[in-house]
Write a protein that binds this ligand. Structure first.
Ligand code: RFL
Length: 406
């Protein structure tokens, strides 16, 4: 049964067409695509609206993703407010090495904080396209995924009552720690890679200290600098995976950043209050296939990519475009092609991005590995980017997600 409506308020609260678990970039994009086609859906989100509109995470968006959002009417603010970057800088052996991917490809990276994108997607979904959403849901349980009428039960935040909703499909977009990942159907397999490395992820109330993403490769460990806005900068410091944020007070963070990002001719770092510190244990994982019965996974629920190559949100949005369009194809036109090919189409890009993350990790972490062989190989690979046009073009294509075919 397909619920098509133009007035979300009139919809039956126990039935819908697509139940979307999670209001992150993936879930909200799918919701928007469905609503644009007049298809009813319900988004279930564990957190509050205020919380998800302020949760800082990613910031780098690839140009094909920007264009995908634009085609779906979801990029107005991004296009007018995002910064654009056409280079990144590697710092090693005391020198600055600018990698001008814009000149090589004609494409850019767009810098737009994830919480701003989520805010835009949420406003469009709930306030403009009149999509249904329940915030603060608890104890979400998936039912009957192998049937043509799957369901989801949950505790409603407002009433405290258990509610059950059935639909044609369930979209699992609840991230790497969600309920979908915790209870994957048995026909799905997870492959994973643990880097055995930690990154202290820092947000500093300080203007960027360089005009592009900057990667410091240093025997003490990797350091990264990424602008988020004129007032806020994200920094990363490689650390031990078991470290706690309190092991890294400001008096330790800034000298370490200064040392690892030092290079001849570089501006001194603009320092400021540390507004967020968390230790990320770097790992990647992939669920295959990305669908089981009437459950379709998208974004971090299906694959986790450590933020080494800034790929996670981009992949989540690529999945969402494919899944949103495939669901519309089936529900509005009875065309099964998109859904049948969904997992395979996503996974080709997913594995390419996993490979990008892993090879960049070898470059970033080789010099601090304590192994002179790994350090030598990492430096050789890095130097090749600046001496071989072929290597540079291949790196730029993968780094920007521009392959003609995945
Ligand atoms: P999200 O964004 O995690 O959204 C999932 C949503 O589901 C909700 N949820 C539930 N809802 C209902 N019931 C449950 N049981 C639920 N459990 C969870 C959550 O509250 C949430 O609202 O997944 P999605 O949509 O797949 O998006 C993925 C991206 O968020 C993620 O890949 C990126 O943030 C990764 N990432 C980066 N990606 C990039 O492409 N570029 C970057 O520059 C970049 N930087 C980063 C990052 C991730 C980081 N952290 C925190 C790991 C920087 C950092 C520090």
């Amino acid at each position: 049964m397909v619920n098509v409506d133009n007035a979300a308020g009139s919809a039956d609260p126990t039935q819908t067409s697509v139940i979307i678990i999670g209001a992150g970039p993936a879930g909200l994009t799918i919701g928007n695509v469905l609503r644009a086609a007049g298809i009813d859906c319900l988004v279930l989100e564990a957190e509050s609206r205020d919380f998800i509109e302020r949760r800082p995470r990613a910031g780098v968006i690839e140009e094909p993703v920007v264009r995908g959002l634009e085609r779906r009417g979801l990029a107005a603010n991004l296009l007018s407010r995002a910064q654009r970057q056409d280079a990144c800088e590697f710092r090693f052996d005391g020198g600055r090495h600018r990698f001008d991917f814009g000149a090589l490809t004609g494409r850019q990276h767009w810098v737009y904080p994830q919480q701003h994108l989520v805010t835009d997607l949420l406003r469009e979904y709930a306030d403009v396209r009149r999509g249904r959403i329940s915030f603060g849901v608890r104890d979400v349980v998936l039912h009957d995924l192998a049937t043509e009428r799957p369901g989801v039960s949950f505790t409603d935040a407002a009433s405290g009552q258990r509610r059950m909703i059935t639909g044609d499909f369930v979209a699992g977009c609840d991230g790497a720690r969600g309920v979908t990942r915790a209870g994957l159907p048995e026909d799905l397999r997870v492959s994973s890679l643990d880097y055995g490395i930690g990154w202290l992820a820092i947000l500093a109330e300080a203007p960027p200290s360089n005009d592009c993403a900057t990667f410091g490769l240093h025997p003490n460990g990797f350091a990264g600098h990424m602008s988020r806005s004129p007032e806020v900068t994200r920094y990363y410091l490689e650390c031990l995976p078991g470290d706690q944020p309190d092991d890294w007070p400001a008096e330790r963070v800034w000298p370490e950043l200064r040392e690892r990002l030092a290079a001849t001719g570089a501006e001194p770092l603009s320092e400021g209050r540390l507004i967020e510190k968390r230790v990320l244990e770097l790992h990647n994982s992939v669920v295959e296939p990305m669908a089981s019965g009437r459950l379709f996974l998208a974004g971090d629920a299906a694959h986790l990519t450590a933020p080494i190559a800034a790929k996670g949100m981009n992949l989540a949005l690529h999945d969402a475009f494919l899944l949103g369009d495939a669901l519309v194809g089936f529900l509005a036109r009875a065309d099964r092609g998109g859904l049948n090919g969904y997992s395979e189409a996503c996974l080709r890009r997913v594995w390419d991005y996993q490979d990008c993350s892993r090879s960049l990790s070898e470059i970033f972490h080789g010099p601090s590995s304590g192994d002179p062989f790994l350090a030598g190989a990492a430096t050789a690979r890095l130097r090749r980017l600046f001496t071989s046009p072929t290597a540079a073009a291949a790196f730029a294509e993968q780094f920007l997600g521009l392959a003609a075919q995945y």
